[in-house]
Design a protein around this ligand. Structure first.
Ligand SMILES: [Zn+2]
Ligand SMILES: [Zn+2]
Length: 338
């Protein structure tokens, strides 16, 4: 397999997917049912982070699920158990991807987006080092908030505060949830992310995540605790709409572990010429590079509808630069962009 490097953006990107990058056809009018079905199903029928998380969710539910009576009261023993499991999962996925891509350079620069090598040191990072900074915020803020939502969910189901759901008799509803999760998550992410770019909240909270421009697996949930809480708050939907616990766990893993893949900085994990699993999300990589674009994901058209969609082309880069220049002139100051 060859990297796609024949591009006018070669200085920025070592590799990028075919441009312009696609956006979901699910909301197109007139409808394109064939394309919509393919878009919705492809992540589940191929080896992707989402399909791996579905397997992990099924395994955790089968082998590790808490007995209801234990979760009825909040006690340190089972909360610690949940925290340790989540810590292990994050260490396995984010740590494993980092070791493969960066420590052992398992595939060299194959499918690496950014043309620059990872420069770790920098005054803006905690401990003066990008990787230590990202690991610290992921393992402290990220894993704790992830565990907070999971503990709250088990407690709420055990006490009939959240409506649980059995699989038997609700099979169709289970599969509707699976297909809907990326749309729910993407919509919530777009709006929360726009809020996080509101200057006062950006400076105090979201700037921490944007310290990192050349992202890696540990950058994914390297967030201020307030951002982690806002970012994962779409999990509260399961407190209102009946959900099988596997769906909750799947949603939790897409939110908390998914960013280790989407921020990997490499489009896919390959061994030789064999693709093992898709990884980096060029849509979000563009957000870290160009800052005022792609607040959501490609699974919803919010960015397209509100004019902030960057499709990876030079024309889109120029449009974003122009908009930032105009805004800076209007506000009489210079606005930073990545
Ligand atoms: Zn942002
Ligand atoms: Zn990010």
């Amino acid at each position: 397999m060859k990297d796609n490097t024949k591009s006018s953006q070669r200085k920025i990107w070592h590799h990028h997917p075919p441009l312009p990058i696609p956006n979901t056809p699910v909301f197109d009018w007139p409808p394109r049912p064939g394309d919509a079905v393919q878009w919705l199903s492809s992540r589940w029928i191929n080896v992707t982070a989402s399909s791996l998380f579905l397997i992990v969710a099924l395994l955790v539910f089968h082998f590790d699920v808490l007995p209801n009576d234990k979760a009825q009261s909040l006690s340190a023993d089972w909360i610690l158990q949940v925290w340790l499991r989540n810590l292990t999962l994050i260490l396995f996925f984010a740590g494993g991807l980092h070791l493969w891509f960066f420590t052992f350079s398992g595939q060299g620069k194959s499918f690496k987006f950014d043309a620059q090598t990872l420069k770790r040191s920098g005054k803006r990072f905690s401990f003066g080092d990008q990787v230590y900074d990202n690991m610290f915020w992921t393992l402290s803020s990220g894993v704790t908030v992830m565990t907070f939502f999971e503990v709250l969910y088990w407690w709420a189901v055990a006490n009939d505060v959240a409506p649980g759901m059995a699989f038997s008799g609700a099979e169709l509803w289970f599969f509707v949830w699976v297909l809907a999760l990326p749309i729910v998550g993407s919509t919530h992410f777009y709006w929360v992310h726009r809020l996080l770019h509101w200057p006062p909240l950006y400076r105090k909270v979201h700037a921490l995540h944007h310290r990192t421009i050349n992202v890696g697996p540990w950058s994914g949930i390297s967030m201020h605790p307030v951002e982690s809480l806002l970012y994962m708050s779409d999990l509260l939907i399961h407190f209102f709409i009946p959900t099988h616990p596997v769906i909750f766990l799947l949603h939790l893993y897409i939110k908390a572990i998914g960013p280790a893949f989407t921020h990997a900085g490499f489009e896919r994990v390959v061994a030789g010429d064999t693709k093992l699993v898709s990884a980096g999300d060029f849509h979000h990589q563009l957000h870290h590079r160009f800052f005022e674009c792609n607040y959501g994901t490609a699974d919803t058209p919010w960015d397209r509808w509100f004019g902030s969609f960057h499709d990876g082309t030079e024309a889109a880069s120029e449009r974003i630069r122009q908009r930032v220049r105009e805004r800076a002139l209007k506000s009489g100051g210079v606005r930073r962009w990545g």
